[in-house]
Design a protein around this ligand. Structure first.
Ligand SMILES: [Zn+2]
Length: 149
């Protein structure tokens, strides 16, 4: 049986990056992993308290890892031609995308039908520059990513 593409080290990479970004921005947010095919940010109610929740789906991450993560059309330009990257760069891009939603909500910018608007793009663009892949990727990604060069 082939080993699953999303392993503990991949989850640790995305968890660690997500926690670092949210902590730097002073945001409290839970992170949940499940086996499924969706990554998203949501505001949930927990005993009457509003809580932020980022959900990462292993199947979804594995698919983007193998096929590349392509942004929504309105967001693509912020990646400066780096959109659609595979491997750990896809996981990095997913984590920054969901963190940008948490920051967007924290600033009161997250509105129905405006999830991937200009303000979202500005936040994501800031994150890409601040958490450059070359700065935040663990050493083991160097070997693994060579497969996708
Ligand atoms: Zn989104």
């Amino acid at each position: 049986m082939p080993e699953p593409i999303i392993q503990q080290r991949h989850r640790d990479f995305m968890d660690g990056l997500t926690r670092q970004v949210l902590s730097d921005y002073g945001i409290t947010c839970n992170i949940r992993w499940y086996s499924g095919n969706s990554c998203n940010f949501r505001v949930v109610q927990n005993n009457g308290h509003r809580e932020y929740l980022i959900t990462y789906g292993e199947t979804n991450c594995a698919s983007h890892y193998a096929m590349g993560f392509r942004e929504y059309a309105t967001v693509r330009y912020v990646w400066w031609g780096m959109d659609g990257r595979k491997g750990n760069k896809a996981l990095w891009a997913i984590a920054l995308h969901e963190c940008a939603h948490a920051i967007q909500e924290d600033r009161g910018y997250l509105r129905k039908g405006a999830h991937h608007d200009k303000r979202f793009c500005d936040i994501l663009f800031e994150l890409i520059g601040k958490y450059l892949y070359s700065k935040v990727a663990p050493p083991w990604t160097l070997l693994e990513d060579a497969e996708f060069l």
